[in-house]
Design a protein around this ligand. Structure first.
Ligand SMILES: NC(=O)c1ccc[n+]([C@@H]2O[C@H](COP(=O)([O-])OP(=O)(O)OC[C@H]3O[C@@H](n4cnc5c(N)ncnc54)[C@H](OP(=O)(O)O)[C@@H]3O)[C@@H](O)[C@H]2O)c1
Length: 241
């Protein structure tokens, strides 16, 4: 899809990768950006960068009335970027079940409910794209991120289903599979991380080039290559981490 003159909505845009996506979209001639966040107050600095083009929008993606209200306001959206997500650490058999429920509510049901609310709007606006943030650990599980892996793997399956359903309506559906990115989400983890600005750029380049599955950093591309050759080897490698 061509980004110039499109209207984008980015969830979780107050920090991390979402904030960098908003900044990059501005430079690509997007007409309007709805910057979604749980607390509109967290968006003040972001909106100040271009108050004529960035519209703050309160959206907690686990809150269906808030999604409905956002969809009533943002009727001109042609690009939905489902970036908001949470990651809880712990083994899935041992961590509090509430953490698994939280990850599923946000990463799976929240993402799905956003797509359900905005796909009809994008269709009415003559097509566009839906982008779902997944992760490289959706390909193979890292046991220390049990709930997160499962929620994102479910979201990957959902992404494929909605791709098939939305293709005849002129809506591209992209999955994004980052490796470690330097944001609050994995602040405490000591590992090589990609700059979120590079991830934002790779994602937007991928949307413009029509790449369905976007691997936006060197680590995710290396994992994807290994996974295509021998997915069981990647499963064993991740299991030992
Ligand atoms: N960082 C990584 O290494 C990495 C790797 C692979 C994939 N990803 C994925 O990339 C996406 C962005 O992650 P990030 O690294 O930028 O994480 P982050 O810095 O922790 O930011 C997460 C964002 O999601 C928002 N959010 C969380 N729950 C929400 C909800 N219920 N409703 C609306 N917004 C909500 C947060 O808002 P608040 O400020 O209100 O909490 C925040 O804006 C996520 O989907 C994540 O799973 C990240």
């Amino acid at each position: 899809m061509k980004l110039e003159n499109s209207t984008a909505l980015v969830t979780g845009s107050n920090r991390g990768i979402g904030r960098e996506i908003v900044a990059d979209l501005l430079g690509r001639g997007v007409r309007r950006i709805y910057a979604g966040a749980r607390r509109v107050k967290d968006l003040e600095a972001i909106v100040a960068a271009a108050p004529d083009r960035i519209v703050p929008l309160q959206i907690d993606i686990t809150d269906r009335p808030q999604i409905k209200a956002a969809a009533e306001k943002a009727r001109d959206v042609t690009l939905l970027i489902n970036n908001a997500g949470v990651a809880d650490f712990g083994a899935i058999l041992e961590c509090p079940l509430e953490l698994t429920v939280r990850d599923m509510d946000t990463n799976f049901f929240g993402t799905l409910n956003m797509a359900r609310a905005f796909a009809p709007i994008i269709e009415q606006n003559s097509g566009g794209a839906v982008v779902n943030f997944l992760t490289v650990v959706a390909l193979a599980s890292m046991p220390g991120l049990g709930a997160y892996n499962a929620s994102k793997a479910a979201a990957w399956s959902m992404t494929q289903s909605i791709r098939a359903g939305l293709a005849p309506k002129g809506i591209d559906v992209h999955g994004v599979f980052p490796g470690p990115v330097d944001t609050d989400m994995i602040r405490a983890v000591e590992i090589d991380k990609t700059d979120p600005r590079d991830v934002a750029k790779a994602v937007l380049d991928g949307i413009e080039s029509g790449t369905e599955d976007i691997f936006p950093d060197p680590m995710s591309r290396a994992v994807y290559d290994s996974w295509r050759q021998d997915h069981k080897a990647v499963e064993r490698q991740f299991a030992s981490m």
